[in-house]
Design a protein around this ligand. Structure first.
Ligand code: SAM
Length: 265
């Protein structure tokens, strides 16, 4: 039985730098399929709406962009905005990601720019308004996550959004069985369940936010099915923030109730 009481430190095959392009590329294609089936884009797109709708120029940086599917979803959702000042940039440690993302975006969103870098050493040429990431933070140690939270807070002028998994037995055993049956990719078959085991509870995030010195400024929200997201809106005024925190308190109470129900089932 997998111990899901705390974050696992099992390694993901995806983080092995010696993997071939073909295997990594196939993994990213399957990951896009899993992201689509598990409604993974919805929380990030929903949160981004408020800035995209203003019509102002916007530079969005997707950290650990993998095959670039999140940026393609943004381009697909707001096609008119792609010619009115939205810059989409993806950065990923693995050089195969850039190659794969450029190939997959060529016909649908050729304006997306992909770069290869370790995020902790990355300096964007353009000032970044929004930093987003999906399925990235669970790849990091707790110490690195604290560093990443501070990094985002320094670099994102308007706000940032983390989209990751909620550690729980239900998604763990479901994805383990589903990938064993349906996937032929070695990385997906190993990493999908390991990703859940490496992911987070609400208490984990509260602790990490506190360690980063960001408590009181970050909201945690649970999304169906088993996504745990964090966001920080830097531009909100005090009054708006007070109102929002009241709203988020209600939301967090609701999320806590949902999660405690899952834990007891
Ligand atoms: C599970 S994939 C996520 C891909 C995509 N964002 C998604 O949601 O499907 C994790 C990605 O994180 C990248 N990564 C890991 N450590 C990184 C780092 N320090 N800086 C930038 N990218 C990193 C890996 O190369 C990999 O492509």
């Amino acid at each position: 039985m997998q111990n899901l009481n705390q974050r696992s430190n099992q390694t993901e095959l995806m983080d092995d730098a010696t993997i071939s392009f073909d295997e990594f590329h196939d993994c990213l294609i399957e990951l896009e399929c899993i992201n689509t089936l598990t409604l993974a884009y919805r929380p990030t797109l929903h949160w981004l709406k408020r800035w995209v709708k203003t019509g102002e120029p916007l530079t969005i940086l997707d950290v650990a962009s993998g095959g670039g599917d999140m940026l393609r979803q943004i381009a697909k959702k707001w096609p008119a905005r792609m010619t009115t000042g939205i810059n989409l940039i993806g950065v990923d440690l693995n050089p195969w990601s850039k190659k794969s993302a450029e190939f997959l975006s060529a016909s649908v969103a050729p304006f997306c720019a992909y770069e290869t870098a370790n995020i902790f050493e990355f300096n964007s040429e353009k000032p970044v308004d929004i930093v987003i990431s999906s399925l990235f933070t669970h790849h990091l140690t707790n110490t690195q996550i604290v560093e990443f939270l501070r990094w985002m807070d320094r670099h994102a002028r308007k706000g940032w959004f983390i989209n990751d998994l909620h550690r729980h037995a239900l998604p763990y055993y479901f994805i383990k069985a589903a990938t064993a049956i349906f996937s032929r990719n070695r990385l997906i078959r190993n990493d999908a369940a390991v990703s859940v085991a490496r992911s987070f509870s609400v208490a984990d995030w509260q602790n990490l936010i506190y360690r980063a010195g960001l408590d009181g400024r970050v909201c945690i929200q649970w999304y169906f099915p088993f996504r745990l997201c964090l966001y920080c809106d830097k531009e909100r005024g005090d009054k708006e923030r007070d109102d929002k925190e009241w709203g988020d308190k209600k939301l967090n109470d609701k999320n806590a109730a949902i999660q405690s129900r899952w834990h007891h089932e």
